[in-house]
Design a protein around this ligand. Structure first.
Ligand code: ADP
Length: 187
């Protein structure tokens, strides 16, 4: 099964994606992780995207679509993909739908992790204090949240139109959220 873990920055998508990998054997496709690996490796791609990521802006649709396309065969072999941090724009979602359709596949569910802004800010403050990433400061978070509302939130009506969105309360403990996601996927 292919699913999208959807939600604002710091909603817990990566944490929940890793639990789904452990429990179901699917593959996590996190464009954020892929881009951070490119930066760590010092590749040309990494050099091109670093400043954009540090500022909390979005890298170009072409780049992330290509990164995702490369990893689709691996996810197919594992029986499922968990898209995490992708798609982030309607253009990315349209490209993903086309890519999957060309492979006789599709997104089955979009799990929308709902967390309010005050809680998200609290999480950033905690992580920043613990020494986080360059894009893990409250200022950058505020920009990332604005980018999310403008460019990524329009995916909610996009996928609601396809009847795929399931809302999950993301405010509880990691375990409670994981249990709610399991119900959303299996119920
Ligand atoms: P989060 O902490 O919310 O999980 P990510 O790790 O998914 O954040 O993303 C970190 C940064 O990487 C984003 O702010 C953006 O600069 C870049 N990025 C990740 N995925 C995408 C994407 N699908 N489109 C454009 N930029 C992306």
């Amino acid at each position: 099964m292919n699913i999208i873990l959807f939600g604002p920055p710091n909603a817990g998508k990566g944490t929940q994606a890793k639990l789904l990998v452990e429990n179901r054997g699917w593959v996590q496709l996190s464009t954020g992780d892929m881009l951070r690996s490119a930066i760590a490796a010092g590749s040309d791609l990494g050099k091109r995207v670093q400043a954009i990521m540090d500022a909390g802006e979005l890298v170009s649709d072409e780049i992330v679509i290509e990164l995702i396309e490369e990893r689709l065969p691996e996810a197919e072999a594992a029986g499922g993909a968990i898209f995490d941090g992708f798609p982030r724009t309607v253009a990315q979602a349209e490209a993903l739908d086309k890519l999957l359709a060309g492979r006789d596949s599709k997104i089955e569910k979009v799990v929308h992790l709902v967390v309010d802004r005050a809680e998200l800010t609290k999480r950033v403050e905690k992580r920043a204090a613990e020494q986080g990433r360059a894009d893990d400061t409250v200022d950058v978070f505020n920009n990332r949240f604005d980018v999310y509302e403008k460019q990524t939130a329009p995916l909610i009506p996009y996928y609601t139109g396809q009847g795929k969105v399931v809302k999950v309360d993301g405010m509880g403990s990691v375990e409670a959220v994981a249990a709610s996601i399991a119900t959303a996927l299996d119920g």
